[in-house]
Design a protein around this ligand. Structure first.
Ligand SMILES: [Zn+2]
Length: 55
């Protein structure tokens, strides 16, 4: 699931540091690599993950 958030330079998983709603049903997720600090932003549909957290 988190393959997109991997840092290509360090080949480790970036940490999810922020989730911000942008439009209905979509979130902007900001990922940061803990080693080199490179940032990546992804627009993702609001997921089951979030429903799990509520339930
Ligand atoms: Zn990195």
């Amino acid at each position: 699931m988190s393959e997109e958030s991997r840092c290509f330079a360090c080949e480790i998983k970036r940490h999810l540091i922020e989730v911000a709603p942008i439009v209905d049903g979509y979130d902007l997720r900001s990922f940061k690599c803990p080693r080199c600090g490179s940032m990546m932003r992804l627009v993702v549909p609001r997921t089951v993950e979030r429903i799990d957290r509520i339930a």
